[in-house]
Design a protein around this ligand. Structure first.
Ligand SMILES: *Cc1c(COP(=O)(O)O)cnc(C)c1O
Length: 405
């Protein structure tokens, strides 16, 4: 271990100091290869680091991979959710149904698009939107449903489709966990009107941060692209590629939401490896399931027949009735053992930004709360060695055994 210098001076020294920590198994460690490093270096040396040819290539690859007609690379999944919802032209009282168990951004995007997020409970076993609960929240003001393929497990898309068709609603898929997810061979993200994918640092495909909006609707894709580049009709790369200083017009006030070529340089090689990585994620899942079967935990069941789970998260659900500590104490003790974990998520109706504004309270969404109190995500990355997995297993067994009652 490098000694920590009294004062780090250069950037390299600062990084070295930050790394001079006890060896830990980090939650969500990305699996980056030499190809990503070389491509980033090539992008840096190319003289074009903004949105350009590598972004174009990544969009094409991504659209082909999931089987969508259009893909727009963005700087986050949240940006994609925001822009997709903006194309719906929501009036202030228009409602969008969002699961109570998801990341905050799924609901924030609705608020930023001027709508009202109306939460619905999830199923305990799948952690995905419960179609019965969603149908019960539909009112004459409902405009759309957001399906989150939680942890990578496809939602019950056929049942959501019935709700939506009967009432003329739009379907937005939050595919942040679901790059590899399929139903009967068809990729999640191609069932709804739009889907937004995340390439945040811990996601199965990462670009550091980034996102991809996919849709088959050409007009929507064009509108979203324009909104993502300041409302400009034409980006800098196409103006340059078309032989010089081309013109653009600004028809709408836009946002700065595009991906850069530095990010796309990473994404191209991440995506190329995603199918190769999935069996490793599945293997780690199986090892964990086997190793924890006799502990006071609830193991999450397999995906439905015909559905492929992307294995983004391994969520351990603590059987609190047979433990003498809560989830946060288990997390702390695992951290003391050098194991980083995550919580996906605290039920969002209990977060102040929704609770205080829309009057939600504990008891409103029992399944989301049940998960929220018990869930703990363990490291799951193709970058983990079998030794790393054994360390996680040993630590989880040690901590849970210590507290079994
Ligand atoms: C990560 C995540 C997001 C946000 O993705 P960003 O790329 O960070 O904007 C949205 N929804 C879910 C379910 C997520 O896990």
């Amino acid at each position: 271990m490098a000694a920590i210098r009294p004062s780090a001076e250069t950037p390299a020294e600062r990084v070295a100091d930050a790394q001079a920590l006890p060896p830990r198994i980090v939650f969500g460690r990305p699996a980056l290869g030499q190809e990503e490093i070389d491509e980033v270096v090539d992008a840096l040396r190319s003289g074009w680091i903004g949105t350009g040819p590598r972004v174009r290539a990544f969009e094409k690859m991504f659209a082909d991979y999931v089987g969508a007609r259009h893909a727009v690379a963005l700087n986050s999944c949240t940006a994609g959710l925001h822009l997709a919802l903006l194309t719906l032209d929501l009036a202030p009282d228009d409602e969008v149904i969002v699961p109570a168990m998801t990341f905050a951004a799924t609901a924030s995007a609705v608020i930023h698009a001027h709508g009202r997020p109306v939460l619905a409970d999830v199923r305990r076993d799948t952690m995905c939107l419960d179609p019965t609960a969603a149908a019960a929240q539909v009112t004459p003001r409902t405009r759309a449903l957001v399906a989150v393929h939680f942890a990578g497990r496809p939602c019950e898309l056929d049942r959501l489709e019935e709700i939506r068709l009967g009432r003329g609603l739009r379907l937005l898929e939050d595919c942040a966990h679901a790059v590899e997810s399929t139903v009967d061979g068809r990729h999640c993200g191609t069932f709804g009107d739009f889907a937004s994918f995340s390439f945040h640092a811990t996601k199965n495909v990462t670009t550091g941060d980034g996102g991809m909006l996919v849709t088959d609707d050409e007009d929507a894709a064009e509108a979203i692209l324009r909104l993502a580049q300041h409302g400009l009709s034409n980006d800098a790369w196409s103006r340059t590629a078309n032989g010089g200083p081309g013109a653009y017009d600004v028809a709408v006030p836009g946002f700065k939401y595009r991906m850069t070529d530095i990010q796309a340089a990473i994404g191209i090689h991440q995506l190329a490896r995603v199918e190769h990585n999935l069996p490793q994620r599945e293997q780690i899942h199986r090892w964990y399931d086997e190793a924890f079967a006799d502990l006071p935990v609830v193991l999450v069941p397999a995906a439905a027949p015909g559905a492929r789970h992307a294995r983004h998260l391994y969520t351990l659900l603590l059987d609190l009735e047979h433990l003498d500590v809560d989830r946060d104490a288990v997390r702390r003790e695992l951290s003391d053992e050098g194991i980083g974990t995550g919580v996906h998520y605290r039920a969002i109706h209990l977060e102040p930004f929704l609770r205080d504004r829309f009057g939600y309270a504990r008891g409103d969404f029992p399944a989301a709360e049940w998960i929220s109190d018990r869930t703990l995500s363990l490291p799951l990355s193709p970058g983990l060695s079998s030794g790393d997995v054994r360390r996680v297993v040993r630590a989880v067994r040690l901590v849970l055994r210590r507290h079994t009652r």
